[in-house]
Design a protein around this ligand. Sequence first.
Ligand code: ZN
Ligand code: ZN
Length: 253
Amino acid sequence: MKITFLGTGTSQGIPIIGSSHPVCLSKNPKDKRLRVSIMVEWDKFKYVIDCGPDFRQQMLRENCSKIDGVLFTHEHSDHVAGLDDIRALCYRHGGMNIYAHKRVIKSIKKRFDYIFETENKYPGAPEVVINIIENRPFLLSGMEVIPISVDHHFVQVFGFRFNDFVYLTDVKSVPTEEMEKLKKVKVLVVNALRITPHISHFNLEEALNFIEQVNPEKAYLTHISHLLGFHDEVEKQLPNNVFLAYDGLQITV
Ligand SMILES: [Zn+2]
Ligand SMILES: [Zn+2]
């Protein structure tokens, strides 16, 4: 299985528009972070997790001309706002499978009402095929995917386990019963927003404590804000098996 980090930034991305913060001005490409998303590939299949406002740029950068579906973690803008840009893929390959909690589907329907229009639908609008995710395993092109339900302050978020790989973003706490699903994971991706605490996201310390608890072989941090610091400096301070993800990073699990 191949994982590509399409974006590793928090909701505003890095740099933030108009910011003169040193991290926003950094010349290091690893300090430039699009909104958070990954691509997961196995056999001939490609799925993306989340479809934020940078989706178009991410697909162009990765030279991607086909994906088999989009899994959504939750309904926040930085995770869904790029949905209109699946059009280019729909024109080539037909309706796009989208997978989400029913609450998230409801929110997407409100934001992108024209996509779900049944009468007089504008012919240029994207076509989607809705797949509701509940908190139980489901099959994706032959792969068993285990949803992991976590808390993002008062918003429920789905993380996903694909074999030995787990992707969790926008987590503030993980219910005890969901921790079971993280047993023996080899590679864990989890969010770490910044150094100081935040109401709805793990800060660095919380993310590192969580990683210690899960005890994967390797962990990658994502959904990073400029307030975490410079990529190269933060990475030097991390435990040996923990890395900062960066845009374009590919790993094999
Ligand atoms: Zn987010
Ligand atoms: Zn969020």
